[in-house]
Write a protein that binds this ligand. Structure first.
Ligand code: GLN
Length: 532
């Protein structure tokens, strides 16, 4: 079932096998027609995670990178759309030698080819393959078929894992295994018998429930792994090991156990997260939270994790509050409530909704010495705010929102204009990793401890070079630029005027992990910690 924690499960399985000394890679298969995740609304699908090579993927790819500390490539991600696209391309190129090209076997064969290719590319001992969606729906059936074929081809090399939810309905008061039994039956119908059942539940499974699942689903009792809710997702690998999952999996895959699990530093940090008593209050001002009556923060998952990594590094617990920027447009008096936070973060975004609210928030943070960290749109809007209220350019704006602005301080890059004209929106932003040079003696330089950085981008617009001098003269520091000096990558205010006012054109959150928290997030949290 989606949302039950397949991504964290897949990442955690990867982690425990990696901790045994194996080289692990991870592959995500998403069952939608979109060729990549770049064209999907974040409220519906969650965050778009950008890989170093610029591919726009699902947020689970972020989980894999964060857990495994590896860099994945476009080879590690596929969607129904991308698989069909490739098969059709091959057909057009006569690569099937005159054969009738059919959904089965050609689609599953393409999937198998890609899995093998990604594993080979990563020189991996183990490739974790996660199939998105839910057992029993039409959408992922061809991917399950690929796994069935793969297992038939080399049974000893494939272990299949089902992640299933085991509910305890409050009125019943007993944990129910029936939905999982049904899910396994449905999976059996595709020709796959699971080797392992990961039983997600709000509490640990008792032996009785494990026994039931074992009998009715045809797995050994020790292969039913209890996966209760945990406070921190980083606890999941450690929890799996309580049920000796790495050992079980390695045995099934015929792999010799060469070394004990090494999870020292990981375990230490998980403990630190749990033991942190003092909190630091961060307000995240955005717009992709609401879906019907529910508030979801999926759209900002990498930002949330990056804050947590940095909080852990600074020995605090981060308390996050979601603030809808539109609220400040309706009632500017609400700005005063921002004082209760130790820091405010504005993440990336698109379009015009809530923009004036965000600009008002940035102004309030700047004028009231509240630590501010802006990411991507959060940087462009900080530049607009500075242009309007410090430089005095009334009506300064981004051409994304107002094409007739008298002062287009944020504007589209020439090469993007052509894409927009053609309505060619997919994968046409400035995407992926780019180098930048950091200006010495700035907040950024102090945080990074180096002057050469590589960060990931996802945006169409840039600070307009025509206004850079004016902004600088008025006190805004561009503390990192593209190597040729044309593109502004970080804007900040000197420590003498503000405790922490820094914003990046790129997305630092994509490179943060528990073991390697991002230096800018750490610097932001240090500043928040000091706020009275
Ligand atoms: N909308 C802005 C742009 O396209 C910022 C994008 C973002 O925040 N990721 O440049």
């Amino acid at each position: 079932m989606s949302g039950v924690g397949k991504g964290i499960t897949a990442s955690s399985i990867g982690k425990i096998l990696q901790s045994r000394g194996l080289v692990v890679t991870a592959i995500k298969i998403d069952p939608y027609i979109n060729v990549d995740a770049g064209t999907m609304n974040p409220t519906e699908h969650g965050e778009v995670f950008v890989l170093a090579d610029g591919y726009e993927t699902d947020q689970d790819m972020g989980n894999y990178e964060r857990f495994l500390n590896i860099k994945l490539t476009r080879e590690n991600y596929m969607t129904t759309g991308s698989v069909y696209q490739r098969v059709i391309e091959r057909e057009r190129n006569l690569e099937y030698g005159g054969k009738c090209v059919e959904v089965v076997p050609h689609i599953p064969l393409e999937v198998i080819g890609r899995i093998k290719h990604a594993a080979k590319q990563a020189k991996a001992d183990i490739a974790i393959v996660e199939i998105g969606g839910t057992i029993g729906e039409y959408q992922n059936i061809l991917f399950l078929e690929a796994i069935r074929m793969l297992k038939f081809e080399s049974p000893g090399d494939i272990a299949t894992v089902i992640v299933s939810y085991v509910p305890t309905p409050s009125r019943v008061g007993e944990m129910k295994t029936k939905p999982t039994q049904h899910a396994v039956r449905t999976l059996n119908g595709t020709g796959i018998q699971p080797d392992i059942i990961i039983a997600r539940a709000d509490r640990p499974l008792d032996e009785k429930r494990k026994e039931k699942l074992a009998v009715f689903c045809g797995v050994h009792q020790e292969d039913v792994i209890s996966a209760p809710d945990v406070d921190s997702i980083y606890d999941v690998p450690l929890n799996f090991e309580k049920d000796r999952l790495s050992e079980i999996l390695m045995k099934k895959l015929g792999l010799k156990i060469k070394r004990a699990m090494v999870a020292g530093e990981w375990e230490k940090r998980v403990k630190r997260i749990k033991n942190a008593k003092e909190t630091v209050k961060i307000g995240i001002v955005g717009k992709y939270f609401k879906t019907g009556d529910f508030v979801l923060s999926d759209a900002y998952i990498s930002v949330i994790e990056a804050i947590k990594h940095a909080a852990c590094a600074t020995g605090r617990r981060a308390e996050l509050t979601w603030i809808a920027s539109t609220d400040f447009e309706e009632d500017p008096k609400l700005l005063r409530t921002l004082k209760k936070y130790d820091g405010i973060l504005i993440p990336g975004g698109f379009g015009s909704r809530g923009i004036e609210g965000k600009i008002a928030v940035i102004r309030y943070c700047r004028e009231n010495q509240i630590p501010y960290f802006g990411l991507c749109y959060g940087m462009q809007l900080a530049v607009i705010e500075y242009a309007r209220h410090v430089v005095g350019l009334v009506g300064a704006h981004t051409t994304e929102v107002n094409q007739k602005s008298p002062y287009p301080v944020v504007d589209i890059m020439p090469e993007q204009k052509e894409n927009l004209r053609k309505k060619d929106y997919g994968a046409t932003m400035r995407l992926g990793e780019y180098p930048a040079l950091v200006l010495p003696k700035t907040l950024a330089a102090k945080a990074y401890g180096t002057t050469k950085i590589l960060e990931r981008h996802r945006h169409r617009y840039e600070v307009n070079p025509e206004y850079v001098e004016q902004l600088k003269t008025a006190g805004l520091v561009f503390s990192a630029t593209s190597p040729n000096g044309v593109l502004m990558e970080i804007a900040e205010l000197p420590k003498s005027v503000h405790p922490f006012f820094l914003a990046t054109q790129f997305h630092p959150e994509f490179q943060s992990s528990l073991l390697h928290p991002h230096p800018l997030f750490v610097a932001f949290l240090e500043a928040c910690k000091k706020k009275k």
